[in-house]
Design a protein around this ligand. Structure first.
Ligand SMILES: [Zn+2]
Ligand SMILES: [Zn+2]
Length: 343
């Protein structure tokens, strides 16, 4: 089969690789639609712990073509979304049920072959039927699962004022689910008017056009929305120029949520006195663990509406363009159809 294969950071080709035989409990699938994600840009430059040779692609929806010995619950032809995380179930965090911190965890598309290929092998126990979801909705299951985890970390109180920085795919899903989760108001701030319009169309109460490199210029507009600050400020950008400016917009006793992925070595400076005096909480949200079932329910129930989120699609041979699209302002979410366009 053909696959995107990295041999080292920034060096990849779309090349022929052998299909290995299935181990017990595994399934092989023909990849149908695979999300292209900001994490893939970090992997491209060697961040996020890649193991080479690497086939990236961790937001995988596929059609099962082969069942390994003992792989149960599926039939050939089933369309499934793949939870790309594999745990050891033996290390101390696994034994506590804290799988996200598994010492030996492997993620398809990061340390094991992922979805930017004609085929992917996954464990049957990590596959979820997509039911009657459209392919585009199914492509958002993995990012929605990560947002569900973020919501678990967030403790929204009814009527909270929530500010989300960024209007990329994750921020769009966050804005929708924070709104359904009881927030009093949802404000989305980003530098892109078209993406803000998508957030508005899905129910964001306020949108604010900001300059990432001059966030303070939008201070008055944000203060007019929440004069005492926002109960929860969520950074979905990972941009240091933004993260450095956010604590003053957090209400006293409020929370700053680091949801976007900053560079591994980047730093911001914080005034500990301000955390102390205003009792501010800093939180992170990294990924997801066993949140696929809830993500699928939210998509099936219309609480996450994919309309307008996926804007561009690419074929397997267009991986370089797909990666480049992450930096194009007109692209909200790109997907790959590794086996060509689907009906
Ligand atoms: Zn992703
Ligand atoms: Zn483990």
């Amino acid at each position: 089969m053909r696959a995107v294969v990295y041999t080292e950071p920034e060096k990849f080709s779309v090349t022929e690789v052998p299909d290995r035989p299935l181990a017990p409990g595994e399934v092989r699938m023909e990849n149908v639609i695979v999300g292209v994600c900001g994490t893939d840009a970090h992997l491209h430059i060697g961040e996020f712990g890649p193991v080479y040779p690497l086939t990236p692609g961790h937001e995988i929806v596929g059609r099962i073509t082969e069942l390994g010995e003992g792989a149960q619950g599926f039939a050939i032809g089933d369309l499934v979304s793949v939870d790309n995380t594999i745990y050891c179930f033996a290390c101390p965090p696994c034994k506590r049920g804290d799988f996200l911190w598994c010492h030996n965890g492997v993620a398809l598309g990061v340390q094991a072959p992922g979805g930017f290929a004609e085929h992917t092998i996954a464990q049957a126990t990590r596959c979820y039927p997509i039911g009657d979801l459209s392919l585009e909705a199914a492509a958002l299951i993995e990012p929605t699962a990560c947002v569900v985890h973020g919501l678990d970390r967030m403790d929204i109180t009814p009527a909270d004022d929530v500010l989300i920085i960024g209007a990329g795919p994750t921020s769009q899903i966050l804005a929708q689910l924070v709104g359904h989760g009881g927030a009093g108001s949802v404000t989305v701030a980003a530098p892109n008017a078209a993406k803000l319009a998508v957030a508005k169309s899905h129910g964001a109460n306020h949108t604010v056009l900001v300059d990432r490199n001059d966030f303070a210029a939008s201070a008055d507009e944000l203060r007019a929305i929440a004069p005492e600050g926002f109960d929860i400020v969520i950074d979905g950008t990972g941009a240091i120029s933004v993260l450095s400016e956010l604590i003053p917009f957090v209400k006293s006793c409020g929370t700053l949520m680091v949801y976007g992925m900053a560079g591994e070595e980047e730093t911001i400076s914080i005034k500990p006195f301000e955390l102390f005096r205003r009792e501010i909480t800093l939180r992170g949200s990294f990924a997801q663990s066993y949140e696929f079932a809830r993500a699928i329910k939210l998509l099936q129930g219309g609480k996450v509406d994919p309309t307008g989120i996926i804007t561009h699609s690419f074929g397997l041979d267009e991986y370089a363009d797909a990666l480049g699209s992450l930096r194009r302002p007109e692209v909200l979410k790109a997907v790959m159809y590794p086996n060509g366009p689907q009906d």
